[in-house]
Design a binder for this molecule. Structure first.
Ligand code: L3W
Ligand code: SF4
Length: 437
């Protein structure tokens, strides 16, 4: 492992991660000693509209993948409409490679709860939900304990800190379906229905949970709020770039010396992040990588100097997504990796629309054929055609996400496919993979 240079180490900006290494930071007394709930006290003295303006001024953009401006979303909630308003926190982190929300909720659950109270106060919601993925049992337990602690301290419940503001916060565990990370499927699931995406518009801000105005925000987005309230919009904007402000938690996995979470200002490059992570694993050279999970177009070694902000990644032809950077080397096969992802998407497809339900089924079959040494040149055309007919024609983002690695690897690594078809690469799957395919 190579030691990062001093100037690279200075790129680390621990804000949301700053308490992660403090012993017992998930407990109320430790959290309070480390500035906890100071932002809430400050926020409750501010008019809700001014809080929304503060978040707008900070330039905070959603940390769940799409990067939608948070203050703008909060501002969409109609006021004086007589309907209840809801805050729903999307903690269903399921995008392959993504691991930023789970450690945050495990090591610093109160920061999310504090952000949830401030955000609910700003949008005038008296009920908030954290929808956490079913498998995250430990993090859910931590969150529930933290909610109980916050209630006991008067930070949740009736008349919070004497402000007259009431909030109930419910931690709801999903049942482990990837599609429930899509905001409208999440809302259906929360209402007790099978989780399937709804048609948008109307967006949740107008008709969300129980058809009422609802803000759906990612864990990282809401956990950023207390820091902005305490530090101010200018301080937040001093990190990141002009259009992508603030720090971001990048999760690095794969062929690097030190996988994990690295919090840096938006705009850091992949080259710098790899150096922070101690370099590539010995004997491995970068071949391809995902900027934001497997649903975002793959990039290659040529893109190592891509600035990891919304605009920089878009300029390189991809999407910042969840900043889940899976790093693959010259010892990894892009065809095999794509097959593994597709098996996942095929399994997780909710079946509502034909392109995704049928297309993924056919693509999985085709990959199994190629990887068993039975592929033909026509299979490559079939894959391209199927992916083209899924992308942009599916009901929700899962379809686009599934087609994306297929399209990227056909574009950048066609030779790797031909090597299977022409017999230069030994089959990775046995003929058994074709049975029932
Ligand atoms: C009111 C309008 N609200 C948009 C809201 C909308 C949503 C947000 C972003 O997909 C991305 C996807 C994946 N009035 C509005 C409006 N909104 N127009 O803004 O909306 P949208 O449609 O741009 O994106 P999305 O449907 O939320 C999310 C990418 O994330 N992704 C992430 C996957 C997985 C995770 C995870 O595991 N944590 O996030 C990966 O790349 O590709 O582009 O709230 O309501 N006119
Ligand atoms: Fe369901 Fe896939 Fe269609 Fe989304 S794209 S609605 S997951 S079938």
């Amino acid at each position: 492992m190579t030691q990062p240079r001093r100037e690279i180490l200075q790129k680390l900006t621990p804000v949301l991660t700053k308490r992660w290494l403090s012993p017992d930071a998930w407990k109320m007394d430790v959290y309070e000693r480390l500035d906890g709930y100071a932002a809430l006290r400050k926020a409750l003295d501010v008019h809700p509209d001014d809080l929304i303006q503060l978040i707008k001024d900070s330039g905070l953009r959603g940390r769940g993948g799409a990067g939608f401006p948070t203050g703008l979303k909060w501002g969409f909630i109609p006021q004086g409409d007589g309907k209840p308003h809801y805050l729903v926190i999307n903690a269903d982190e399921g995008e392959p490679g993504t691991c930023k929300d789970l450690p945050l909720m495990t090591y610093d659950p109160h920061s999310l709860i504090e952000g949830a109270i401030i955000a609910s106060y700003a949008i005038r919601a008296n009920r908030a939900f954290i929808y956490i993925r079913g498998e995250a049992v430990h993090a859910a337990r931590r969150l529930r304990n933290a909610v109980a602690e916050a209630k006991a301290k008067g930070y949740l419940g009736k008349n919070i800190l004497g402000s007259g503001f009431d909030l109930e916060l419910v931690v709801h565990s999903g049942a482990g379906a990837y599609i429930c990370g899509e905001e409208t499927a999440l809302l259906d699931s929360l209402e007790g229905f099978r989780g399937q995406p709804r048609l948008r518009p109307p967006f949740p801000a107008i008709a969300g949970l129980y058809a009422s105005p609802t803000v759906v925000n990612n864990v990282g987005t809401i956990a950023s709020v207390p820091y902005i309230v305490l530090g101010g919009a200018d301080w937040w904007k001093s990190m990141g770039t002009e259009k992508s402000s603030g720090p971001m938690i990048y999760s690095l996995s794969g062929r690097i010396a030190n996988p994990g979470q690295y919090e840096c200002g938006l705009g850091i490059t992949l080259r710098e992040l790899i150096e922070l992570a101690g370099g590539m694993k010995p004997g491995h050279n970068l071949k391809f990588w995902t900027p934001g999970g497997s649903s975002t177009p793959l990039l290659t070694a040529e893109h190592i100097d891509t600035a990891m902000d919304f605009e920089g990644v878009a300029a390189a032809g991809s999407i910042l997504g969840t900043t889940a950077m899976q790093i693959f080397s010259d010892q990894d096969c892009p065809v095999y990796a794509t097959w593994r992802w597709l098996e996942f998407y095929h399994h997780e497809s909710c079946g509502k629309c034909t392109p995704c339900r049928e297309g993924n089924y056919w693509m999985v079959r085709t990959y199994r054929r190629i990887l068993s040494g039975e592929g033909t040149y026509a299979d490559l055309d079939t894959l391209q055609d199927t992916a083209d007919n899924i992308f942009g024609r599916s009901f929700c983002g899962l379809g686009d996400g599934a087609a994306t690695p297929v399209m990227s690897t056909l574009k950048f690594f066609r030779q790797d496919y031909l090597d299977y078809i022409e017999g230069r690469t030994a089959p990775r799957l046995s003929a058994k993979a074709l049975v029932g395919a």
